[in-house]
Design a protein around this ligand. Structure first.
Ligand code: ATP
Length: 752
């Protein structure tokens, strides 16, 4: 047997060998930083020369130097994490990263007695570093040469004999974890540790997601590196790494084609909590600024949606029926303008001309014919008013040229009269989406605009929901739809100054404006952008049809990555949501991937969740849990004081795990639950069932499965989400309504 099982002496030796390599890398990095600083300085000098040739030269230099400085400064921490030892390849061709390109071993790489030599050793890190003689000291994890680090398995090892994950902090190597992919070979390579994946999965969780760059698995790597075809669709159960994969894919796309994606990548997330949880991942991969991660309730500028609608209201606001209602409202709202003048009086040709209420109504009717956005119809309204006044003036001319001249003078006279402009402002004001949405709060009015579209109870509920202060997540999609229906008057559209440097490169992306943090810059770019070159949708199963329309408008010419799991959908009608997605994506070709392994939940928790999955989506396959902890979920039945029992359960879990504890309750208990856990410290969080989407904790307390399941038509799927948030331990607190058995197991969670 070739592999030695490592003694601590061997482990120390191996760590020392990696330390020596890391020292070389840091030495080289320091040289490169000095070089980059010199280039920046030099480029700044050249910037004073204004010819296009000098600009292009400066541009290229600044680009390269900027990339280096940004990245080197960001990634000095823990940036070397992997190593692969490879057999000789089929051919001797090297790629641009200095590594051999062949995936398969040469026919004679393995001798008849299973002896083999290691022909190439590659270190993998967050960025690529070349030695002075262009030999690769570190390969960028996204480079083709790094793919075998992620893709090789014992079944299909390719050239990889040993895969090693290196743990380091700053400049110190702390440990190594090896996987031997060709144990049958005699190569003399020592093997240390139990493998990196298990080490990563067992780690305590914090409130920020970590990158998985050191342990991406083969089926995930295929998605991350999939070519940016029109639409890449990824489905997979809870914990299969969909969110992680989507974020790593963004980093990969930027690496592949930075210029193209400098046009912006938008990542749409279901909740602000998930945005906060995931926003550290891209910076840790060295990508800051180019990717805007936004909650679906924050896609419209200036609106912060912090309210949740009742499921019945959400169902209406999310459905495509709202399109028709909003179309009626956008036009109908013109009639609601307070102090709308009922007549127009001007003086022309020395006489008073008047248009009364009926004539004005007729002009308005003519203007509104067609589908042009209301705010863009103002010039047309102006023109038709002038026509009506001209007719009223009753002037006749036999000579057409003279008539045209007279008419021009007439128009000029009238349009410069303050009476006319004041009238037009009041009669055809610029409508704001918010004003129109607010006008739907009047039940009678909404009933008129929603005739034969919504039922009277639906009208009542929607109108009532709009009378609250503040916007809900679903209101945001309505505001965006209204923005399109109303249109922005041309004079309000911001014109961007043309900067020659902008045309040369995505320079702006690389050179943060002075005094602006990377985060501020990302926010600024996100505000300025309304269309993106790539759109990532996380938890795509939850987007309502109206939200798909809103997201679709931001990626009209984009490529897409869509990740989701129908079994976790909180939208009541899974088929309707799928149909809306199809409408948003049109006929773009799609590539589909499925992730099958659950990296989050231990088998003991996954099994309970699969009982609910069988009820929520009969016939669907749960993902396979990759590890087991030997700890079964704990079941408790609440006594008279539910809050005290939940708090005690959370306290117990806090003592049992090092990281975070999530308490998940039905949405209407959110505020209550926060009080229950108050004072337990910031390792504990109380959440409503819909807020738990995509998040994870070391341990969770799920309070009353029956309450969660009954709160909406999609309740069982929401419960499935709630039960799949824990990486270590799960406590379920049942109430009477859960019909617990003698062991406290709620009816919904019993396998029989
Ligand atoms: N290859 C991997 N190596 C280490 N950890 C991984 C790997 N893949 C996934 N994980 C971890 O598993 C957990 C679940 O990943 P993630 O949240 O991306 O799953 P998901 O499919 O989006 O889940 P959900 O559908 O429940 O939102 C995360 O902690 C993630 O870091």
């Amino acid at each position: 047997m070739a592999a030695q099982t490592a003694s601590s002496g061997v482990r120390d030796q191996e760590i020392a060998a990696e330390q020596a390599h890391l020292d070389r890398v840091y030495h080289r990095l320091e040289e490169k930083i000095t070089e980059a600083e010199f280039l920046m300085h030099d480029a700044a000098q050249r910037g004073h020369v204004g010819t296009p040739g000098a600009l292009a030269e400066r541009d290229a230099q600044v680009y390269r130097a900027g990339v280096r400085l940004n990245r080197l400064n960001n990634e000095f921490e823990d940036f070397l994490f992997g190593r692969i030892d490879l057999l000789r390849g089929k051919d001797g061709v090297k790629g641009p990263d200095g590594a051999f390109t062949s995936v398969d071993p040469a026919d004679d790489a393995v001798g008849p007695d299973a002896t083999a030599e290691i022909a190439e050793t590659l270190h993998i890190g967050r960025i690529g570093v070349l030695d002075t003689d262009y030999a690769p000291l570190v390969i960028d994890w996204r480079a083709p040469a790094a793919a075998p680090f992620y893709r090789s398995t014992p079944v299909a090892p390719g050239r990889v004999v040993r895969r090693r994950v290196i743990r380091s902090k700053g400049r110190r190597v702390l440990g190594v974890e090896d996987d031997l992919l060709r144990p049958e070979l005699d190569t003399g390579l020592p093997v240390v540790g139990d493998g990196a994946l298990m080490a990563a999965l067992g780690q305590a969780r914090t409130h920020s997601m970590r990158d998985i760059v050191a342990s991406i698995q083969a089926e995930q790597d295929l998605v991350i590196r999939a070519p940016a075809a029109s639409v890449t669709e990824v489905s997979g159960g809870p914990g299969t790494g969909k969110t992680a994969v989507a974020l790593h894919r963004a980093a990969y796309l930027l690496y592949q084609d930075r210029r193209r994606y400098a046009g912006g990548i938008l990542c749409v997330s279901p909740t602000p909590l998930l945005v906060a949880y995931t926003e550290g991942v891209l910076p840790s991969l060295g990508e800051e600024g180019q990717v805007a991660i936004r909650a679906v309730g924050s896609l419209v500028d200036g609106v912060t949606a912090d309210l949740y609608d009742d499921p019945a209201v959400a169902r209406v606001k999310g459905s495509l029926r709202m399109q028709k209602v909003l179309r009626n409202a956008a036009r109908g709202c013109l009639d609601l303008v307070p102090a709308r003048p009922s007549q127009l009086r001007v003086v022309a040709f020395g006489r008073r001309l008047e248009l009364g209420e009926q004539e004005l109504a007729e002009v308005r009717r003519q203007v509104l014919g067609g589908t042009t956005p209301v705010n863009l119809l103002r010039p047309r309204a102006r023109r038709l008013l002038l026509d009506a006044l001209w007719r009223r003036a009753g002037r006749r001319f036999d000579d057409a040229e003279l008539a045209a001249e007279e008419r021009q003078g007439f128009d000029e006279d009238i349009t410069t009269e303050p009476e006319f402009t004041t009238f037009l402002d009041a009669w055809w004001p610029v409508l704001e989406p918010r004003t129109v949405l607010a006008s739907l709060a009047d039940e009678r009015r909404l009933g008129r605009w929603a005739r034969r579209v919504l039922t009277p109870p639906e009208v009542r509920r929607v109108a009532r929901s709009l009378r609250r202060d503040g916007a809900s997540v679903h209101d945001v999609a309505l505001l965006d739809e209204l923005d399109t229906l109303l249109g922005s008057p041309p004079r309000e559209k911001r014109k961007r100054e043309l900067d020659p440097l902008d045309q040369l490169t995505g320079l702006d992306e690389l050179m943060p404006q002075l005094g602006e943090t990377a985060r501020e810059r990302a926010e600024r770019l996100a505000r300025e952008r309304t269309e993106y070159t790539h759109v990532i949708v996380d938890e795509a199963q939850d987007l309502t049809p109206m939200q798909w329309r809103m997201v679709g408008r931001r990626g009209r010419t984009a490529t897409w990555t869509i990740v989701g799991d129908p079994a976790q959908s909180s939208w009541s009608d899974v088929d309707e949501a799928a149909q809306a997605r199809d409408e948003a994506l049109g006929t773009r070709p799609r590539r589909r991937f499925t992730l099958t392994v659950n990296y989050r939940n231990p088998a003991e928790i996954a099994e309970v969740a699969s009982t609910v999955l069988a009820l929520a989506m009969p016939g669907s396959e749960p993902p396979r849990a990759v590890r087991s902890t030997g700890v079964e979920p704990r079941y408790e039945v609440a006594g008279a004081d539910l809050g005290a029992d939940v708090r005690a359960a959370a306290e117990r879990l806090l003592a049992e795990v090092d990281g975070t504890v999530g308490v998940v309750v039905a949405m209407n208990r959110r505020a209550q639950a926060r009080d229950w856990v108050a004072g337990l410290g910031d390792r504990v969080v109380a959440l409503g069932s819909l807020e738990a989407k995509g998040l994870e904790y070391d341990a969770t307390v799920v309070v009353s499965p029956a309450e969660i399941a009954e709160e909406s038509p999609a309740g069982l799927r929401v419960l499935y989400v709630a039960l799949t948030r824990a990486t270590q331990r799960l406590t379920v607190v049942a109430r009477e309504a859960d019909l617990p058995d003698a062991g406290g197991v709620p009816d919904l969670l019993r396998a029989d």
